[in-house]
Design a protein around this ligand. Structure first.
Ligand code: E4P
Length: 216
């Protein structure tokens, strides 16, 4: 499955019309670029209206108590659609566990290795976000992390889904899917690039020209 990594309502609406997307992820960096003058709640309501499926909104608070308070407020915007994105860490695990017990969906984010992914799943995370591009920045093999995580989740029948983000190239999408990602969250420019192949364009032009010139 593919999600869109964006907080731009117009672009989200346009790309959801392709019929290939099943959710949206955002993060504070994306929002600081795309919605710097917007009120977060209003922007997220626009994102929800422009899409379908789960919409991840990340917590900014750093202490457990503040994170839980923020999570409850964000979740109340749309309990059926909001997925609370929880930064990985000790407080994050406690918050993930508490939200899971309360029936709130979570997306444990900024996960860079198998150990973290495993802890996030054991704590009750709904999605575990593995950051492909950033793992590669550190010199590690993102494919191996995704493969090992998915294999272990399956083996222990953990319900968490492997969500792969930090996608920089089309090849990253394919690699993540073949390695076992349940979901890949794709930035809009990468999704647009997935459309094109010069041979497809050439073939369509050839077919249309043949039809236009039939009988000549
Ligand atoms: C995933 O949910 C994140 O929003 C995102 O993919 C982070 O990737 P980055 O490395 O482009 O910041």
């Amino acid at each position: 499955m593919l999600f869109l990594d964006s907080s731009n309502p117009a672009e989200i609406r346009e790309l959801f019309a392709w019929g290939v997307l099943g959710g949206v992820t955002t993060n504070p960096l994306i929002l600081s670029r795309e919605a710097k003058d917007a009120i977060l709640e209003e922007r997220m309501r626009e994102v929800i209206a422009a899409s379908h499926g789960p919409v991840s909104v990340e917590l900014i608070a750093e202490t457990e108590a503040e994170m839980l308070e923020e999570a409850r407020a964000i979740h109340a915007w749309d309990p059926a659609r909001i997925c609370v994105k929880v930064p990985f860490g000790e407080a994050g695990l406690r918050v993930t566990h508490a939200l899971a017990k309360a029936g709130v969906r979570t997306n444990v984010t900024c996960v860079m290795n198998f150990n973290q992914a495993y802890l996030a799943a054991l704590a009750g995370g709904t999605y575990v976000s593995i950051f492909s591009g950033r793992i590669r920045d550190m010199g590690y093999d993102a494919r191996e992390v995704i493969e090992q995580t998915r294999a272990r989740f399956d083996r222990e029948r953990l319900t968490a889904e492997v969500l792969v983000g930090s996608i920089r190239h089309i090849a990253d999408v394919n690699e993540a899917l073949f390695a076992g990602a349940h979901v890949v969250t794709v930035p809009p420019p990468i999704l647009r690039k997935m459309l094109h192949n010069p041979k497809t364009d050439e073939t369509i032009r050839e077919f249309n020209a043949a039809w236009a010139n039939r009988g000549k």
